[in-house]
Design a protein around this ligand. Sequence first.
Ligand code: GAL
Length: 675
Amino acid sequence: MRIGTYYYPEQWPREQWERDFDNIEAMGLQIVHMGEFAWFDLEPSPGEFQLDWLAECVQMAKARDLKVILCTPTAAPPIWLVEQHPEILPLHHDGRVHRFGGRCHYSPTCPAMLQAAQRIANALAERFMADPAVIGWQIDNEYSAQAFDQHNYTHSAFRQWLKQRYGTLKKLNRAWAGQFWNTYYTDFDQVLMPSGRGPNYDSPHYRLDGSRFWSWAYGQFNKMQVDALKSHLSKRPAAAPELFFTTNFMPFHLDVNPEDMADDLNLMSWDSYPVSGWTRQIEKQEFRMGDPAQIGFMHDQMASYHQRWGLMELQPGQVNWSGVPCHLYPGAVRLWIWTAFAHGAEFVTTYRFRQPLFGVELFHHGLMDTDGITPSAGGREFVQVLGEMKRLDAVRLADPTRAQTSAKAPTTIGLLFDFEQLWQYQTLPQAKRWDQARFYMMWYAAACRLGAKVCILHPDRPWTDEPDMLIVPGLQMIDPTLAMKLERYANDGGHLLLTCRTALMDKSGQLWEGPVAEPILPLIGGTIDAYDGLPENTFGKVEMDGEEYQWGVWGDLLYAEPDTRILAKYADQFYAEAIAAMQVKRGKGTVSYCGVYAEQPFTDALMVKIAKLAKLPITPLPARVQILQRGPYSIALNYQDAILDVPAPRNARFLVGSRKLEPAGVAVWEIPQGE
Ligand code: GAL
């Protein structure tokens, strides 16, 4: 795994560039990331390119044996483009026009923007594609908008997309339920882009399509840039390393479903800022380390598309944007770099090398303090990890007979992730407390606590290596093909776990004309008779194996057929004793149905119970602890505010850390060859 940093030469005096590159090299960093946001410096007026300064910096990197990631600067369109084409600035539904002066001030549907972006991408590729030091391209930065654009070009692109999707107005009116409040359309030209995604009194089916289209439009914008870059690939020497093309996603950011870009990219990447101060665990220090479930989920989600992923931005210290400037726990940055390694990252780069002295992010830490030459606390942790990784390599080089691969984790657990569901929950939440991203993370955390290998699966991508257990959290919209795929999975011997709010709707977001969750009813061994959702900060009780647990978001009241095993029941409210979770045998496998969106302790306990019933080998781990394998290494990551006794085998040979792991500590070990 390579480690590197973003560097913005255009933000610093030229006389300091050589010195900064010397310091980057001296820290042991291996990658420099450049060009992001530098559109004006690269193209000061339309079609006039000034790329020499960037070429000079690429040479400086090369002279120090650093690899380079280049970025297309399209997240920050320059003033001349806005002046030439004022329609680039997004138009909000209330008539407000986005102002120039920040970033992301464009709509992916704007023809003038598409043209200008293509021109700069071509110019960059023309100049840099041949350079073997360049290992990859990042397109744009964190695709996102303040709102759905309302220019005519967006309305008409939306209409085109709808014509492709539905073909006829009859189908469109059916999908959007024109019969409800007489919202029929008689001409595609009458349709406008929705004003937004959030709950509203227009059709939720229409809003859902708005989200789909908007993400698709970003996908097209991204594809156009990737295609422009790739059209210069013939310039690349045969011996040069294979290039990657990526963009850096934000976790669960609703403007872009990574699926809409995955086929045009060959490596996925994301930006990780684990400590914003927004989580509340004040009695412990864990809010200074971040949530290993959120971090791990995103790593595994990125890995799930191509098995190739990188961590593009990693928080190196305090951030400027959260309003809660928490100091990080000492060791947290080191812990995050090792976490990315443990999940199989190809590289980790950090935003950013030098702390800016200007601009809105002047309180954002970098690897260097404000003097530009003194490593910050985060910078020192980067140096520490680079040293540790070097030692690992040295050990292996000195003795090539050491084991190269590790034992497979005994149990694999898949988690079915479908981005589209996030849009639907946003548009029509029904329960304000329902947080689908949190729900995914709770199940992910519970799976990790079994010491299992967790992988993220997608409804429409092949499930290679079918897992021993498959969790399907809140898959509200389903199509018959997927329902059949789930059934086959269980029949073939898998342990399927479905939760509340699964299979309630078709892919337009309309309920089935039939019993609740009709497509999965043949699977679950019972029916869903009613549901309850409690007011804010109110909790009900659910009981399992003599223990009581809290729930509050959603609770299905279940009926179980005679052969169905009851796993948990409600323990209070007027429906005490009603069934909350159940399990039935199907073919060679089992299907469990968890009707309750409870809190983490119940989720954890239910996972243990289901794994035990299935006789799957598990190694229960404390909360906020992960143990993962990469190649010959086992890596323990301690996100707890407490010392951890690492459950490593007796003969483990520790290469980093030891059996007693301090808070935010990392241990890496291997099992000696032949043992
Ligand atoms: C990211 C963004 C970076 C920088 C950073 C600050 O979301 O991609 O450009 O602004 O936040 O934390």
